[in-house]
Design a protein around this ligand. Structure first.
Ligand SMILES: C[S@@+](CC[C@H](N)C(=O)[O-])C[C@H]1O[C@@H](n2cnc3c(N)ncnc32)[C@H](O)[C@@H]1O
Length: 391
């Protein structure tokens, strides 16, 4: 993580600009003067740096705030370098010299959630593609079809992005995200097939499984009528659990197979075949077409928000399928910043809310991902702020 360490860290008066970077304000944490956030703009990027006094060492550290993780490392390093230069006489150390841009992570085939908001083409989806053998082969074989691969393991993503370039594929999008949230963001009845091959069985932590009742419901919603969800697994317990979950859902048909020989053998399948393990296949077909338009959630704020006190504001609210946690408050002159985590218990989101002196409010870096749980949390936040403003 890029950072700089110094005995003292001071800034010229805000706002100030250097090398294309605009440093807009420093907001101090309410009730904890050892921490502050510095808002930085560079091109289209907007992010917070966090400055923290380390009492045990008597020094200051500045690094990128975790929530701003999607900002390219080179951009963050540029901002930190300016701070290091401004405080050069007090500098202890930094790690800002070597830029190591991850070339593949700049690939045009690596997409963001925003790219799927108005996605309207038929497609096939593969979840947890690993080495990508199956996904790449299908994309190569069916160039007229759009493919989407979702993975959380960065080295696998980099490897597949390289292969997309080497094979000259134009029809494969990759997204680095948790499939359990991503499904909810996809449009209804457009998907031709969903592949989930050899998912991690999570025997002792079933809540981490990709397959769940909600997963089946979302899969059936996004599949077109007759579209297929395919699970392959070497884990008999996972297979039985998946079959049982599917049988409890509506409007689908199931087909099962054991030790079916497939044209493309994935890396994991290869491993299990060498160990002579049984392989279970479950194919679930959607029998209905979901005609409901995808929900559009509004994450807007009233034109004027007022928050006159932090002390009496309720900071933890837990609903039936969502939560909202106001982690901390920051202030700079008449501006307030709230650090929030909220949404689904299994896949929480984190955001900063900025409320400027004239009462205008917005989420830093854009609205939350439009999930139902995030929307309920947003509604609750509006209520809390309205109540907080009355004190
Ligand atoms: C056991 S590997 C199987 C890889 C590949 N499908 C194969 O058959 O060789 C499981 C893959 O799922 C990915 N994965 C696990 N949980 C995920 C999630 N929630 N969303 C997306 N990918 C996930 C892991 O990173 C891993 O690459």
């Amino acid at each position: 993580m890029p950072h700089c360490l110094a005995k003292v860290i001071e800034f010229p008066s805000f706002p100030f600009e250097e090398n294309g970077y605009r440093f807009l304000f420093e907001a101090h944490q309410y009730g904890n003067l050892s921490q502050s956030l510095i808002l930085v703009h560079f091109g289209d990027c907007e992010f917070f740096l966090r400055k923290r006094f380390r009492k045990d060492r008597g020094d200051f550290i500045v690094k990128c705030e975790k929530i701003s993780r999607n900002i390219p490392t080179g951009v963050i390093k540029g901002a930190l370098r300016i701070i290091a230069n401004l405080n050069s006489s007090h500098l202890i150390t930094h790690n800002l010299l070597n830029d190591s841009p991850k070339q593949n992570l700049l690939s045009p085939f690596l997409k963001q959630i925003q790219d799927f908001v108005d996605f309207a083409r038929p497609f096939e989806l593969e979840i947890g593609f690993g080495s990508g053998r199956h996904l790449l082969n299908r994309a190569q074989k069916y160039p007229e079809m759009q493919f989407v691969g979702i993975e959380i393991h960065t080295p696998s993503i980099e490897q597949v992005l390289r292969q997309i370039e080497l094979r000259g594929l134009e029809n494969l999008w990759i997204i680095n995200f948790d499939a359990r949230v991503f499904m909810e963001l996809l449009p209804s009845s457009l998907c031709e097939a969903i592949y989930l091959h050899f998912p991690v069985p999570w025997g002792k932590k079933p809540h981490r499984r990709v397959w769940s009742k909600r997963f089946i419901d979302e899969s059936m919603r996004i599949l077109r009528r007759g579209g297929m969800l395919e699970l392959r697994s070497d884990d008999e317990d996972y297979f039985l659990y998946a079959l049982n979950t599917a049988l409890q859902a509506q409007h689908l048909s199931c087909k099962i197979n054991k030790n079916l020989q497939k044209e493309i053998v994935s890396k994991y399948e290869d491993r299990w075949l060498k160990q002579q393990k049984d392989i279970y296949d479950l194919q679930v077909y959607a029998l209905n077409e979901d005609q409901r338009p995808k929900e559009r959630y509004d994450f807007g704020f009233p034109s004027k928000l007022s928050l006159s006190t932090f002390d009496t504001i309720q900071r933890k609210i837990v609903g039936p399928s969502w939560f909202l946690h106001i982690d901390s408050f920051y202030t700079s002159d008449d501006l307030s910043v709230l650090m929030l985590s909220f949404g689904d218990f299994g896949q929480p989101q984190s955001k900063f809310l900025l409320i400027s002196g004239d009462g205008k409010a917005r989420y830093l870096g854009g609205d939350p991902l439009p999930t139902q749980a995030a929307y309920f949390a947003h509604q609750e936040l509006l209520k809390i702020i309205a109540q907080g403003g009355e004190h």
